[in-house]
Design a protein around this ligand. Structure first.
Ligand SMILES: [Zn+2]
Ligand SMILES: [Zn+2]
Length: 781
């Protein structure tokens, strides 16, 4: 007897999923499946999606795989529904401080002077190399997790065309009158030598402990009396120029332990016991009363060291008397401006005291705190000391404490755009929805001016040239620059430092020499320019950009509410008065198996290579999808295994059960095709359930709730299909005669498996491909 040809390829009861996945990856590549899919969708309705560009200067971990897996579900789903997904290309974020820090570390540099010695072109060449250092690892990770993405036509924020588009946008903003130079007290990282914008500061707030000291300032208008002031930043005492009181609060002069003090009446009861009140005054009665300079290192030119008044003084903390140093606080700076007080800033860019501050010269300010306290103690000027727990901003890149520091900074006047930001946010659908008017909405409704300039090297150069008469020329394109320069550019010219620094030209207004300001821009601005800069708009691709903007969908991690989500909206609002995106799904973070945030320094990073070779990409994907996308996920390998066992193996067993029985009975698509109305009630029920599932999946993805889709799949496959339908139908498959009832069970099961293979393709594309190859392709080779 000759061996009958099997209908389907036999299915192993427990295959090695990772091995099967490798074969499928080869099949997709050999047959250009992704490219062919995109080709067949050309000209259809667009689904416009924008890749948030990662920086490839570090190895990707499982968190990056999560973002890729989530994106992949939506893009595959839309594509299967016939949409042309655009641009569906990778993007790389290439500039900025993080890149510089990584290169500094590699070169063993600890401060900016070493970069200057090394040479800007050398340093920037290292940065350029560094940003693509792990691009292969990123591509391999993306490929292995099954993320379909066009890496060949990627955009990169360092491309000359990209930078030129960013320059165009900055000129637009300048011409709208929204770009200005300010001298403001800004959050400043002394380690990185640059100010940070408010959305960056928001990413590094941490609980910390600082010294809390009550300091005695000797009053000059009272005999043997001291003003008692409170501070948590003793290092700023060196720059003190005034003491600030609330005009309407009651202050008292008291005799206490043989000395006389002035402080707020309400505070005295809490701070001291057994004191005698000598006098009582309102704060405003003390205005302009003088005191002795606490640290006489700096001799100011303007008059200083007297009592000033401000409404922001409270009696919540401290003594009701605030020590003010206009160089190091925005409130202080305002008081300084109001009273015409000097700004004394003895702190160098690296956060250390200058030579003038003899006792503390060269010390990092925060490290000087204890020495300053000791000095006050020795001089009998320390009244009391303790510790103060509060939330303080740290640099989200280098973890060092930020200082509030007065510096020259170029700003985009976002505070003028609040209404438009809020109106454009109205057009965006957020998941989770509460972000719209909560975390994100609050942030934009109080948008601060955007500190755009950075005193750094590797970034998009700020295209502003200034002449000796202070006339400004903002350059918006390479051609404009060439025209102004009037000479041929060097062969290897690049729109980067140091090339642009070498360009000087005669000021169009007064013909004096114009030189470029020494700054690069916030790299978040680069990323936020992706909607137009990746097309080299407006120099090229105007129609393409107009067709693709605004984007239908973006999804990135939750911390981007103050990062990319914000800068995209900010820039698109200023330039086009439109939101850059219409739907935004936020993703939670991935934690290690103990629930700790993964970090390089803790060595608890889980990489895709740690889990995919064991369980397969489908299992990892399904595991990641099973949580609400915006929640943090604890990546626990045993849980990945459990998820796989529960769903993927159940699906596989149902499929394997069908195939082995079909091969025995010679399943035939045309002769087994029982019309739906002639099938059993059980079969009809399953078909109606699967139709309901199709709708549930579409709805879940429309609502950007991937985990709801996962629940619907599990509910259907495990409970309805496997545990109920197949169990109830076992005897139908096992009976001897191949009657209509048996055929009906076969065709119903077949239809359901084929539908599942399509529905699941965006979620677990490898298993879906296996099902499709065997169930569909085997019958129609
Ligand atoms: Zn820093
Ligand atoms: Zn000029």
């Amino acid at each position: 007897m000759s061996k009958k040809k099997q209908v389907f390829k036999p299915v192993k009861a427990l295959p090695s999923f990772p091995e099967e996945e490798e074969k499928i990856l080869e099949f997709w590549e050999k047959n250009d499946v992704f490219e062919k899919l995109r080709e067949t969708r050309k000209g259809n309705q667009l689904f416009r999606w924008l890749e948030g560009p990662p920086t490839a200067n570090g190895l990707p971990h499982i968190g990056h795989a999560l973002t890729r897996a989530i994106k992949d579900v939506f893009l595959r789903h839309k594509s299967m529904h016939g949409f042309e997904v655009v641009p569906w290309v990778a993007g790389w974020d290439c500039h900025g401080l993080p890149v510089e820090l990584e290169v500094e570390k590699t070169l063993g540099f600890t401060d900016k002077s070493e970069i200057e010695e090394f040479g800007l072109s050398n340093f920037n060449a290292e940065c350029r190399k560094s940003v693509f250092k792990y691009v292969k690892e990123w591509q391999d990770m993306s490929r292995r997790i099954g993320f379909w993405l066009d890496f060949d036509n990627r955009y990169a924020t360092l491309d000359e065309n990209y930078v030129e588009s960013v320059w165009w946008s900055i000129k637009e903003i300048y011409e709208k009158g929204l770009l200005y130079l300010g001298y403001k007290v800004v959050p400043y990282c002394p380690r990185c030598g640059t100010p940070l914008s408010s959305h960056e500061v928001g990413q590094g707030m941490m609980e910390t402990t600082d010294p809390s000291v009550f300091v005695k300032f000797k009053a000059l208008d009272f005999e043997d009396t001291y003003y008692l002031a409170w501070t948590t930043t003793p290092w700023t005492l060196i720059s003190n120029v005034c003491l600030t009181l609330h005009p309407d609060i009651d202050y008292i002069q008291v005799e206490y332990n043989d000395e006389k003090l002035i402080l707020a009446e309400a505070i005295a009861e809490k701070l001291i016991i057994d004191y005698t009140v000598l006098q009582k005054f309102k704060g405003k009665e003390l205005e302009y009363n003088k005191y002795e300079q606490l640290f006489p290192f700096i001799v100011p030119e303007e008059e200083a060291f007297y009592i000033t008044l401000a409404d922001y003084v409270t009696i919540e903390d401290g003594s009701g008397i605030v020590h003010s140093a206009p160089a190091f606080g925005e409130d202080d700076a305002q008081i300084g401006r109001k009273y015409g007080l000097p700004v004394m800033n003895p702190v160098r860019e690296d956060g250390t005291f200058s030579e003038d501050i003899s006792d503390f010269a060269g010390l990092f300010v925060k490290d000087a705190d204890s020495k300053i306290i000791q000095n006050l103690k020795d001089r009998g000027l320390l009244f009391k000391q303790g510790v103060y727990k509060h939330t303080y901003p740290f640099c989200y890149r280098c973890d060092g404490p930020l200082l509030y520091y007065s510096t020259e900074t170029w700003y985009i006047e976002m505070s003028k755009m609040r209404e438009q930001l809020v109106a454009n946010n109205e057009k965006i659908r957020w998941q989770p929805a509460h972000l719209k008017n909560g975390r994100f909405g609050n942030f934009i409704s109080e948008a601060r001016d955007w500190a755009l300039s950075r005193n750094r090297y590797w970034g998009t150069p700020l295209p502003i040239w200034i002449c000796e008469n202070n006339h400004r020329t903002v350059v918006g394109s390479l051609d404009e620059l060439k025209d102004l320069y009037g000479k041929p550019l060097v062969d290897d010219f690049s729109l980067h430092r140091p090339w642009v620094d070498d360009i000087t030209f005669d000021c169009p207004e007064c013909e004096k020499t114009s030189t470029r300001v020494p700054y690069v821009i916030d790299c978040w601005y680069d990323a936020g320019s992706a909607p137009f800069a990746q097309y080299h708009y407006p120099f090229e691709n105007k129609n393409l950009f107009n067709a693709h903007f605004p984007y239908d969908f973006i999804t990135e991690a939750i911390d981007q509410t103050r990062g990319w989500f914000y800068t995209l909206l900010a820039i698109s609002t200023v330039l086009f008065n439109k939101p850059a995106y219409l739907n935004c799904l936020t993703m939670g973070h991935t934690l290690d198996d103990k629930g700790k945030k993964m970090s390089k320094s803790k060595g608890n990073m889980i990489r895709t290579d740690d889990v995919i070779p064991k369980y397969g990409a489908d299992a990892v994907r399904w595991f990641l999808y099973s949580y609400p996308t915006w929640n943090s996920v604890r990546v626990d390998p045993t849980q990945i295994y459990e998820t796989m066992k529960k769903f993927i193996l159940t699906l596989w067993n149902s499929y394997s059960f069908f195939v082995s029985n079909s091969n025995v009975d010679g399943f035939n698509l045309s002769t087994f095709d029982i019309p739906l109305q002639e099938r059993t009630e059980l079969d009809k029920w399953l078909i109606s359930e699967v139709n309901y599932l199709i709708k549930s999946i579409d709805d879940a993805l429309e609502n950007m709730t991937v985990h709801v889709a996962v629940q619907a799949f599990e509910n259907f496959v495990i409970d309805k299909f496997s545990n109920w339908y197949l169990r109830q139908s076992r005897r139908r498959f096992w009976k001897n005669q191949l009657d209509e009832d048996k055929k009906s069970a076969y065709i119903t099961t077949y239809e359901v498996l084929v539908t599942l293979s399509k529905l699941l393709a965006p979620f677990i594309p490898f298993i879906a491909e296996q099902l499709h190859q065997n169930l569909v392709k085997e019958l129609n080779p």
